[in-house]
Design a protein around this ligand. Structure first.
Ligand SMILES: Nc1nc2c(ncn2[C@@H]2O[C@H](COP(=O)(O)OP(=O)(O)O)[C@@H](O)[C@H]2O)c(=O)[nH]1
Ligand SMILES: [Mg+2]
Length: 197
């Protein structure tokens, strides 16, 4: 698939206000600072579409981005696992992520982003368990591969796969900074759209 057009639609702070936009949705999940917003900007080829930040934990909203005038909605989820938030804000985040994941009728896949340099955290594993439990299909995207050698990337890809009990086929390695991996992601998206009906 080619992304010819991307439009920011809305930010939602309360999943009871989530709407059905009549097109398939792919959610972008992962801990704060893993590179979710940068990944979206890389995919849609627009540096300023999603706000990126070196200060983790700023995004407390679901952000909706419509691709190709109704072909697909990307939903940027709030990052999880940022320690410096208060209990109540944290609860709200979990509610927002969980509420979206269980409430959306259009969700076809979750892209779970993990940093290729690190083993999956307890929260990543919790997220995977949650999606298994609720039968939510997902794929893993390993980000920031520019930070490791190719050999180290392959090794770490296998480690992440085995720790999440997945095949390495389910993990796509990308770098938004060095622009690596987009074609594979776009192929995956095309396949997901074509098989969701
Ligand atoms: N080296 C490198 N840094 C990245 C990459 N993607 C994101 N970053 C950096 O990681 C930080 C967090 O990125 P952001 O997209 O805001 O993460 P988010 O919190 O998951 O949305 C920023 O400082 C980015 O510049 C990448 O592919 N390579
Ligand atoms: Mg972000």
């Amino acid at each position: 698939m080619d992304i010819k057009q991307c439009r920011f639609v809305t930010s939602v702070a309360d999943c009871r206000k989530c709407e059905d936009y009549g097109m398939p949705e792919i959610a972008i999940a992962g801990k704060s600072n893993v590179g979710k917003s940068s990944f979206i900007n890389y995919l849609v080829n627009n540096r300023s579409m999603a706000k990126t930040s070196s200060t983790p934990g700023k995004t407390r909203l679901l952000n909706y981005f419509e691709l190709n005038k109704g072909q697909l909605m990307l939903v940027d989820l709030p990052g999880y696992g940022y320690a410096k938030v208060s209990g109540s804000v944290k609860d709200n985040w979990d509610e927002l992520i969980g509420g979206y994941l269980l409430g959306s009728r259009r969700l076809i896949n979750v892209f779970l982003l993990v940093d290729i340099r690190h083993d999956p955290t307890a929260l990543d594993k919790q997220m995977v368990a949650y999606m298994h439990h609720h039968n939510i299909p997902f794929s893993v995207i390993a980000t920031k591969c520019d930070k490791l050698s190719k050999q180290a990337c392959n090794k770490q890809k296998q480690a992440i796969a085995s720790q999440l009990c997945l095949g390495t086929d389910n993990i796509t390695v990308v770098s938004s900074q060095s622009k690596i991996g987009k074609e594979l992601v776009l192929e995956k998206i095309e396949h997901l759209i074509n098989t969701c009906n």
